[in-house]
Design a protein around this ligand. Sequence first.
Ligand code: GLV
Ligand code: GLV
Length: 329
Amino acid sequence: MSRPRIFVTRILPEKGMQRLQPLSEEYELEIWPDPLPPPPEALQTRAAGAQGLLCMLTDRIDAALMDGMGPSCKVISQMAVGFDNIDIAAASRRRIPVGNTPGVLTDTTADFAWALLMAAARRVVESDKFTRAGLWKSWGPVDFLGPDITGATLGIVGFGRIGQGVARRARGFDMRLLYHDVQRQEEAERNCPAEYVDLPTLLRESDFVSLHTALTPETYHLMNRERLGQMKPGAILINTARGPVVDPAALYQALKEGPLAYAALDVTEPEPIPPGDPLLTLDNIIVAPHIASASIQTRNKMAAMAVANLEAGLRGRRLPNCVNPHVYP
Ligand code: GLV
Ligand code: GLV
């Protein structure tokens, strides 16, 4: 009799691979070996009939894929906190629990949002390119000027774990802190003082705006032409959430014609951003390839957590971190 199958869509960081190993005694463990994700057809074929799927945010997990997996599917475990690539409603209808990896990447992602904020304000990437191009001829009194971070106003859109992490770090810079969320987060405010304001006020008053919302139908192109137009002249936008929270055409215009001075993105629409994208012709933007959680420790923790969710699902236990717990009675 053939053993039940597990499909893992990428090679995991070391701690994840170590935790997967013991499962290979009971399960046929298939790991996609390429550095790039399985193309949709390959994903469909490999996932078909599997009892467990460990996937990434680069995999589109839709109803058709779940139908292909069939009734043997016991768990979908994603190695990410975000899960907008998975049709959760479709999984719930099939009573498939879906796991994610919250908490372990909060600080690492907040650190990276700060890295982008500071790199944009102080033009670190641009000035490095300048140096490498042999253009540094002298210290210059008006070269590479950017706005001060200390004492500025930081507006946080989405005051969840990561948004609060970004806010906590701002204290060291004596910043005024504003936040917006669908509702006031009084509990969070106690640990992390920040002023709750509506979005237009936040956009009008913030020198820096950092996005930390999940991608949902409500936040798709939240930062559109109108909202970007409401930002303070010279403001800087940081996006470490999801690319489609920002309308890229509107962002291009806001960076080219104002009011934005700079943007720093870890996420784009689409991903990866094509090399010919108009945004990449601008000097006042930094684009990182979706690496905010990419610390050695954090990626190992995310992988271990994803395997723990996978294993619990395979054994019919409740996932330690389940995004659709209503599948349980
Ligand atoms: C990364 O973007 C994640 O959702 O974990
Ligand atoms: C700059 O390097 C200074 O000494 O002011």
